[in-house]
Design a protein around this ligand. Structure first.
Ligand SMILES: [Zn+2]
Length: 227
């Protein structure tokens, strides 16, 4: 038993260490206090598209707009995969430092008053050690002085990874997976839901569907990339 405990503790330390990683550029690995060097920033800039898709009122989509800054390809795709599956948690700083340099994006996000990151299951949280959307959300909230709520919306079921399923299967798979508490505190708020990648939109749509029950003024979705 003791061995298991020790392994557990080592694992935990490793996770913490990852968060206080020395400040390096997330792309080339050179020391850089902004987690993004000038050269790599320029390379990323050539990939940035900044898109806003307005969602036409219908019964299928529950959010008002989708904001993203990259197409899911090239450098950003490699970075996001590293961020999600290689436990390189510090990369959230690389992302946010880049995002906030984009004036249009900055202005757009500033119009929201509450950030809600798409939650992950407890099981996934234990494995990865962090919620990738929450780290980005917290950093954005801090820098832009926007309120963030990480405990209101949560995932009650661990499901098959959406990326392994077809579009139709994804919509079905995600139903009834999220729960919302403290609804009254979100009434009339302009909520910005944050996720890393938008593929079919079924995850953010299901979250928005639940959030609608709180009667918010607006729901926007922000993702780093759109697939
Ligand atoms: Zn670099």
């Amino acid at each position: 038993m003791r061995n298991f405990k020790e392994i557990g503790e080592k694992f935990l330390n490793y996770k913490i260490l990852n968060l206080i990683y020395p400040p390096v550029c997330g792309i080339c690995g050179k020391l850089n206090e902004n987690f993004l060097c000038e050269k790599c920033k320029k390379a990323l800039e050539t990939e940035a598209v900044f898109g806003v898709d307005n969602i036409i009122e219908n019964n299928i989509k529950y959010f008002d707009e989708h904001i993203y800054i990259f197409q899911y390809e090239g450098i950003i795709r490699r970075l996001i995969l590293k961020y999600k599956f290689k436990e390189e948690a510090y990369l959230y700083k690389t992302f946010v430092n880049f995002l906030l340099k984009n004036k249009k994006l900055f202005e757009k996000i500033k119009k929201y008053d509450t950030i809600i990151p798409v939650p992950i299951s407890k099981k996934r949280y234990k494995i990865r050690g962090y919620n990738q959307s929450e780290l980005i959300g917290k950093e954005l909230a801090k820098k832009l002085k926007i309120n963030i709520e990480t405990e209101y919306l949560f995932k009650v079921k661990n499901i098959i990874e959406q990326s392994k399923l077809s579009k139709e299967e994804r919509t079905k798979n995600i139903q009834g997976v999220y729960k919302l508490i403290n609804k009254e505190k979100l009434e009339n708020k302009k909520i910005l839901l944050i996720d890393d990648v938008y593929t079919t939109g079924s995850t953010v749509n299901e979250c928005s569907k639940i959030l609608r029950k709180a009667n918010p003024k607006k729901i926007g979705v922000f993702t780093l990339a759109k697939d």
